[in-house]
Ligand binder design. Sequence first.
Ligand code: CTP
Length: 399
Amino acid sequence: MKGKKVLVGVTGGIAAYKAPELVRLLVKADFQVEVAMTESATWFVTPLTLETLSGNKVIARMFGGDETPMDHIRCGQDADLIIIAPATANIIGKMAHGIGDDFLSTCMLAATATTLICPAMNDRMFLNPAVQDNLNLLQERGFHVMAPGSGELACGTEGPGRLPDPADIFEQAQILLSERDLADLKILVTAGPTTEHIDPVRFISNRSSGKMGYALARAALRRGAEVVLVSGPTNMKPPPGIHFCPVQTAEEMKRKVFEHRSGCHVIIKAAAVSDYRPKEMARQKVKKGADSVSLHMVKNPDILALLGQTKKDHPCILVGFAAETENLLNNAQKKITAKNLDMIVANDVSRKDAGFQTDTNAVKIIYADGRVEDSPLMGKIDVAHLILDRARALKDKSF
Ligand code: CTP
């Protein structure tokens, strides 16, 4: 996505306060961002804020500002994507009926880029038949409309009309800009740790943050795949559009994985599954007593090994992860054979910049035929794309 151009159009509603966060996310992901505001929008958020975050001059007026004479033609044609967020009933009406009476609406008349409209307004306004008809008309003409969230609105009422979270708009932008080369695939990803309960308030778990698994799910979704994400407890929000299955224990994870494995072309097990669980969970909180206690643990099912054992009946590309602190290559190679995998992504989790809880990762990808590929230190989303590229290639070769 590096260098792709996004024009963010900000119009005058209270949700304009979320526009700076959207611009920040886009800039952080290396998009070139230009911002056009309506005059009303400048009452809610200053051009200076958006100028500082985007690194570019903000255009808020048709005449008399810093704009050059052809900006209203150039902006919407230069961009790879236009996002109108928030989109008021006013801009929606103008776009539907070909009115250009300020910079942004005039720019939209000449625009050729893919456009994402994110309506945000009072619920009655949003449900007004005129607004609904205008949105339908725009969708028929190929504009993308992101449904507003429902809930408490700034005007005190409840209903549909909330601007989606900037992170969700950002995700939708990524989907619209990505090549959909995985559109024919169903991909199941597991992520995060599992928690194994000792009593109602205590559990055993591990340091997995789930970031790698969520990056894989997000990257696959952006590239058009149907994605099932089976996740242990994490602090992350699943991206909209994913079939999300939250679980806690290894047993629950196994059940969900087997429930959804049918029809999967690729299964990626990025979760850090607890190998053991307490033999029994106490019904009440265990009270302090003796100076030392021991916990009787029993083995959890090895979900990946079970998938590998039954791969003949459910052909798919099986990708494991190997979290190691020593003998990385050797240990990972053993797992590939023992679990009947097509490839394994090996992580040295003792490194500070890779593995658990980091935003970056450097991995070794080991294939069933013995090939080994080293990745440089990259952001987890880039590692995710690399793994998906390799899974796609294996799938195309095998069946
Ligand atoms: N895995 C699994 N079920 C388990 C344990 C692991 O599905 N009960 C999967 C993980 O999701 C990962 C792979 O197996 O894709 C390897 O996990 P890892 O923890 O590295 O290895 P283990 O097989 O558990 O072996 P060890 O802990 O001894 O290294």
